[in-house]
Ligand binder design. Sequence first.
Ligand SMILES: [Zn+2]
Ligand SMILES: [Zn+2]
Ligand SMILES: [Zn+2]
Length: 172
Amino acid sequence: MVKPNQEFKEEMALFQEHIKRAGLRRTAQRELILTVFLKTEDHLSSEDLYWLVQKEDPNVGQTTVYRTLKLLTDAGLAREVRLGDGRTYYEHHFDHEHHDHMICTECGEVIEFFSEEIEMLQDQMAEQFGFTPTHHSLRILGLCKVCDRKELKTSSAASGAQPRVRVKTTLN
Ligand SMILES: [Zn+2]
Ligand SMILES: [Zn+2]
Ligand SMILES: [Zn+2]
C-alpha cells in the first residue's frame, strides 16, 4: 500500500507550492497520484498511471489522473516523452539527469542513454544556426537486440526471392 506524504518530501513540497500558485486545493487523490508516479521508474502513459493508481484507490478517475499529470509537468516534476507510437508518455523530471531514448519499433523496448559528445555536437549545431536551445529530445527508432535477431531469422527462412516491404511505425 502506498502511503502518501511519507517519502518524496521535496517533490511533494514542490507540488504543493505549484498547486497553491495555480489556485487549486490539496487533495488526497492528487497526492496519491504523485506518489504512485514517483514510485514508478518507467515511461508511463496517462492510462498506465491510471491503472497503477486504481490498485491503490479505485475511486480516482481517469480525468483526475490526466489533469494531475499535466500539473506535475507544469511543476517540473514530470516531463513528456514521445516514443514514436503517437502516445504521450511521462517520466520523472525533477532530480533526474537528462537522457535521450532509443525505441524498438517492434516490441516497444526503451533504452535510455546519455552521450556527452552528442550533447556537445547538438549545442554546436544550434550555435551555428544562431539558435538558442531550451530543451531537446533525441529519439532513435529501430530494432532492439532481441527483435533484430528475430528479424534475421525470418528473413533467412523466407527464401529470399521477393523483396519484402516492411511497414514501420510512423513518426509523428
Ligand atoms: Zn540529449
Ligand atoms: Zn524489440
Ligand atoms: Zn527516459
